[in-house]
Design a protein around this ligand. Structure first.
Ligand SMILES: CC(C)=CCNc1ncnc2c1ncn2[C@@H]1O[C@H](COP(=O)(O)O)[C@@H](O)[C@H]1O
Length: 177
């Protein structure tokens, strides 16, 4: 499988997040899976790519012209694709992936997670999404999603093809199932 991973691009992250991202990358590669991600060697994005590479896994990076101009470090990927903007990059990452993992992050990470699960909801995409809930980071979001379903404001069960995990090993096994 090729797994698309979303996660924070921030610098100066708590080690608990960085360590979990590295471990996720190692676990994906140990199970024989490749990864596609946002391409930069920063934050949790970079940490997961280093984890995949540490176990000899394949990494595809999709960067953008705009972010390149900001001088961000690019991870040494086996394959590097450059798109014009974030929306095109997101479409390309989704096309290249068989499954998705969302790690803790900020606006960009939320955007990517919600695009994928709403495409699944609309029937445009058939793929599993896993959330790596490091330190309970996503608890408020999970509560909000449950509330959206309980009130009927979200018309489908958001957990269909989407699951929350505290550790990478069961997460990867679920993606494989
Ligand atoms: C000036 C500055 C900090 C620009 C950073 N901007 C970005 N850098 C790298 N990846 C990004 C950026 N914006 C969105 N993304 C995408 O969204 C996630 C990171 O966004 P964030 O840090 O959670 O929100 C990554 O999965 C990546 O694919």
């Amino acid at each position: 499988m090729r797994v698309c991973v979303f996660g924070s691009s921030s610098l100066n992250l708590d080690a608990v997040y960085v360590d979990a991202a590295f471990e996720l990358g190692r676990t994906l590669a140990k199970h024989g899976h490749g990864m596609v991600f946002g391409g930069y060697d920063v934050g949790l994005m970079g940490a997961v790519a280093h984890g995949v590479a540490a176990e000899g896994g394949n990494v595809i990076g999709v960067v953008t012209e705009g972010l390149n101009q900001k001088g961000r470090d690019i991870f040494p990927c086996e394959e590097l694709i450059c798109e014009s903007d974030l929306a095109t990059r997101k479409t390309r990452m989704i096309e290249l992936a068989d499954a998705f993992v969302t790690m803790p992050g900020g606006l960009g990470t939320f955007d990517e997670f919600f695009v994928v699960v709403s495409q699944v909801k609309a029937g445009e995409l058939d793929a599993k999404s896993a959330i790596l809930n490091v330190g309970g980071y996503f608890d408020p979001m999970v509560e909000m999603l449950d509330r959206a379903c309980e009130t009927g404001l979200n018309s489908t069960d958001w957990r269909r093809d989407c699951e929350v995990f505290n550790a990478p090993e069961p997460l990867v096994e679920w993606l494989e199932g």
